[in-house]
Write a protein that binds this ligand. Structure first.
Ligand code: HAM
Length: 421
């Protein structure tokens, strides 16, 4: 009986996993370089964790279920709320700021299409316990650096929810209507906004986008709205920081993010060519979330990559190039030397695992001639041959498949030789 995997999920073959591991490692290296430390939280959580502050959109897409004890649980749709919970319960007393990152599957009940899955992966970052645009700039810089390290071309868009929300507040718009507007904007439906709020100033603001001069345009539109102007001034400070750090960006006052917890700077990263699902990263400042879970008032900023989309974008731009590993085959001449072959393979793995070699112990039991033939056909460089003679001498015979020559040496000598390549 053939059973398919559930709609919106995928199996990852060894070749795909090799690419994904490379992308994950490259990004993790960048983040660790910036002193972010990896954490892990449960795949399922109490539903209320996400119902409290993640927003209607997420709530409607959650996989919820009751366990045998009648507890209301869900598969995690994102991780910022989990990190906020973890911080409130376990990390609140550590020196701040805390720099954390995570990688793993998230679950949202969506209509699957290219780049949109029901089980998808995020690699995310949370910087907790620090306010102000300097830390926003660090989060943005780290996100961009991850993508640059992978060689990906992308576009960064920034905004401040303080500007958008500040204006709505000063216009006297109630929270419910504000929420509706934010959802419409997040769905890219800027033209639908007028039906919910027919306000000329708001309509003009959300259409402003472009380089730094859009700050000036917004300033003119927002004249007299002091709260929005104060947030705009912070956005200007962020822009100046990014300029100094040579990070290219577009300011777009229509970028608002769909989750409810954002309070200040927000940003998104897009790539061209991915169609509708071109947003590969989203994040921003959320200064009030930790209090919701009983923690002390703790400002925070973070982001998450849509990891699957990053991988798809890399393929699209022909940039997914994990370093090739060379294979060393270990073959025993006869069944009598299988035990020694296993020992040799083990020693090689121990000594070569950090380098660019993979050790492939031939356990097929076929004739040595066949193994050599196959190694030659698949273009392998080296075969380690062991027989009774080698076992007695505690040596191995290393065959160079390209030069068609071989010599008998100690394992230490093989390791030295191979690591010199
Ligand atoms: P988000 O925008 O909901 O933010 O998700 C972040 C990224 O995950 C999106 O930009 C997108 O690339 C990817 N993504 C979302 N849904 C799917 C899906 N169904 N299939 C494939 N990829 C998807 C968050 O989740 C926030 N927690 C980010 C954050 C961290 N903000 C502050 N800290």
């Amino acid at each position: 009986m053939k059973i398919e995997n559930p709609k919106g999920t995928r199996d990852f073959t060894p070749t795909v996993m090799r690419d994904r591991e490379y992308v994950e490692k490259t990004m993790s290296n960048v983040l660790e370089g910036f002193n972010f430390e990896k954490i892990s939280t449960p795949i399922f959580e109490y539903s209320e964790l996400f119902e409290l502050k993640s927003g209607e959109d997420i709530k409607n897409r959650m996989y919820t279920f009751d366990d045998k004890g009648g507890r209301k649980l869900c598969l995690r749709p994102e991780l910022t709320a989990s990190v906020a919970r973890m911080f409130s319960n376990e990390l609140r007393n550590l020196p701040k700021p805390l720099r954390l990152f995570y990688f793993g599957p998230m679950f949202r009940y969506e209509e699957p299409q290219k780049g949109r899955y029901r089980e998808f992966y995020q690699l995310g970052v949370e910087l907790l316990g620090v306010s102000g645009v300097f830390s926003d700039a660090l989060a943005i810089y780290a996100a961009c650096e991850c993508l640059k390290r992978l060689g990906l071309d992308f576009e960064l868009q920034i905004n401040s929810l303080g500007v958008v929300r500040g204006l709505l507040e000063e216009l006297g718009v109630d929270d419910k209507v504000s929420g509706k507007l934010i959802t419409l904007l997040d769905e890219g439906k800027r033209d639908g906004v007028k039906e919910v709020l027919d306000d000329e100033i708001f309509g003009r603001l959300i259409k402003i986008s472009g380089g730094k001069k859009s700050l000036g345009e917004a300033e003119k539109v927002l004249k007299g709205f002091d709260k929005a102007l104060a947030a705009l001034s912070e956005l200007r400070d962020l822009a100046i920081l990014l300029d100094s750090a040579a990070i290219a960006y577009t300011i777009d006052f229509g970028i608002v993010r769909g989750l409810d917890y954002y309070t200040g700077t927000v940003f998104e990263i897009r790539v061209s060519g991915l169609g509708a699902q071109n947003q590969i990263c989203g994040g921003g400042r959320y200064d009030n979330l930790i209090e919701v879970f009983g923690g002390p008032k703790t400002p925070a900023v973070g982001f998450a990559f849509g990891f699957d989309r990053v991988c798809e974008a890399l393929i699209l731009q022909s940039k997914l190039k994990p370093p090739e590993k060379k294979v060393v085959v270990v073959a025993s001449v006869s069944g009598k030397s299988n035990g020694y072959a296993l020992k040799v393979a083990g020693e090689l793995v121990r000594n070569l695992s950090e380098s660019k070699f993979i050790v492939d112990l031939d356990v097929s039991g076929r004739k040595l001639k066949k193994t050599l033939e196959q190694a030659s056909n698949t273009g392998l460089g080296w075969v380690v041959i062991v027989g009774e003679k080698e076992e007695k001498e505690e040596k191995i015979t290393l065959r160079d498949m390209e030069k068609n020559s071989q010599k008998t040496v100690t394992i230490a000598e093989v390791v030295k030789l191979l690591t010199s390549f």
